[in-house]
Write a protein that binds this ligand. Structure first.
Ligand SMILES: [Cu+2]
Length: 174
């Protein structure tokens, strides 16, 4: 009877060990932005947190807008159980989707998607954010509100003025 108990224990242990790897692959625990979250500004980065370390290679993370534009601004960085990708702003307000594929420590690929919403259009760093400088002043001077260019009038005034000066100088030298 004692031998039977030992065999039974051995079988149970073997069964438990053979099941364990199948249950051991990583699963997504949380993310930032969170699934179905509603944001009024683009985050600086997207972070995915798994319940265990994932392999540092083979990770892909995409951040895609409703029009298919890709917004991830870096390769994913794997640090143990977290995977991070930079964002350089987002686009129009609307639906976005974080897609990920990582390989867990047991070799199984883990894929998923995390939708979230942006309520305000996001300026990217490529958009001009600097305050207006004197560079924009000539445009403001040369054009009326309707966009009619005033520079020909300015040029005509300058030509007439120069002619007047030349005439005056010539008259004085005579
Ligand atoms: Cu697995």
């Amino acid at each position: 009877m004692k031998r039977l108990a030992v065999i039974a224990a051995a079988i149970l242990t073997a069964t438990a060990l053979s099941i364990a790897p199948a249950a051991a692959h990583a699963t997504l625990q949380s993310s930032n932005p969170a699934e179905n979250s509603v944001l009024d500004a683009a985050p600086d980065e997207v972070t995915l947190t798994f319940n265990q370390s994932v392999q540092s290679n083979f990770a892909t993370v995409t951040v895609v807008g409703a029009d298919g534009t890709q917004w991830a601004a870096s390769d994913p960085v794997v640090d143990g159980s977290t995977v991070t990708v930079d964002l350089d702003g987002l686009g129009a307000a609307g639906e976005y989707n974080i897609g990920y594929r990582v390989v867990s420590a047991d070799g199984h690929p883990i894929t998923g998607s995390i939708p979230f919403q942006l309520t305000q259009p996001s300026p990217t760093s490529a958009a001009p954010t600097a305050p207006a400088t004197t560079e924009t002043t000539p445009t403001a001077v040369e054009e009326t509100a309707s966009g009619f260019p005033l520079w020909p009038i300015g040029a005509a005034v300058a030509v007439v003025g120069a002619a007047g000066v030349l005439f005056a100088l010539r008259k004085r030298s005579n």
